[in-house]
Design a binder for this molecule. Structure first.
Ligand SMILES: [Zn+2]
Length: 254
């Protein structure tokens, strides 16, 4: 199409640059030598190039990254997809790795995401909260949050912090039970956020402030995970920042 456009819409002996995002097409053209019989799928291109050459038009074909916002490149991409859907694609066409890189990447990402979601055992809290393990971490470029807030939020997101349960596992404490309340329960993240009454009442205020519709009292772990997941997915970490600050006020150091 670009070559036909050059022939019909540009004066001979002009200088033309054709932008293409297909490394395979450019490589196939590069391989062609004068006198060689061109491959069947390149015959038309070969004919057009010869006519253009006879007109003394200087043509350069330049590779560009696909989908980088060049309007006519985007249009050609759409037309190529339509052509593939309507016509038979030649099976002998060589496709270079670079052209398939995006497809391979998407396929691998999807496999990784599924195996992450399907596995069980340790890490169930994180899996319930984070659906996209390959997504850029939320704290990337968040210079407005200090390191302590970021690490507290991350510990809430993975359900693993410096609780009595953890300290007992690390042999830093004899019992995993909570010493902040008289419920006589293991003090883990779930207990601190959903059972410890000082935290639950402050969480309710935070949710009201941010219009979060999570029934936290008596909250369930599923609801808590849904709230955390929404924060991660929408990128709105302000409610969690408030949770981190609340924990700090209550002297709960995760
Ligand atoms: Zn407690």
């Amino acid at each position: 199409m670009a070559l036909e456009h050059v022939l019909h819409s540009h004066a001979s002996d002009s200088q033309i640059v054709i932008l293409s995002d297909s490394k395979s097409a450019i490589a196939a053209l590069k391989k062609m030598r004068i006198g060689d019989a061109p491959p069947t799928n390149l015959i038309r291109i070969h004919q057009l190039l010869r006519v253009i050459q006879q007109q003394a038009t200087k043509t350069v074909i330049q590779w560009v990254i696909s989908h980088c916002g060049i309007p006519l490149n985007e249009l050609v991409d759409k037309l190529a997809v339509r052509a593939c859907q309507r016509e038979n694609v030649n099976c002998s066409t060589t496709t270079y790795y670079e052209d398939c890189k995006g497809i391979i990447q998407d396929d691998q990402d999807s496999k990784w995401q599924h195996s992450f979601a399907d596995c069980d055992g340790a890490g169930s809290w994180t899996r319930a909260v984070i659906n996209h393990p390959l997504k850029m971490p939320w704290f990337k470029n968040r210079n407005d949050y200090d390191n302590r807030t970021i690490s507290t939020i991350n510990r809430i997101l993975i359900g693993h912090g410096r609780t009595n349960s953890f300290l007992a596992q690390m042999k830093k404490r004899d019992l995993p039970t909570c010493d902040r309340c008289d419920l006589d329960e293991e003090q883990n993240m779930q207990h601190l956020l959903l059972r410890y009454r000082h935290t639950t009442s402050m969480l309710q205020q935070i949710f009201a402030k941010h219009s979060v519709s999570v029934p936290i009292n008596p909250g369930t772990l599923t609801d808590l995970h849904r709230f955390l997941r929404e924060c991660v997915n929408t990128g709105n970490m302000e409610p969690l920042k408030d949770v981190a600050e609340t924990l700090s006020l209550l002297d709960v150091k995760l």
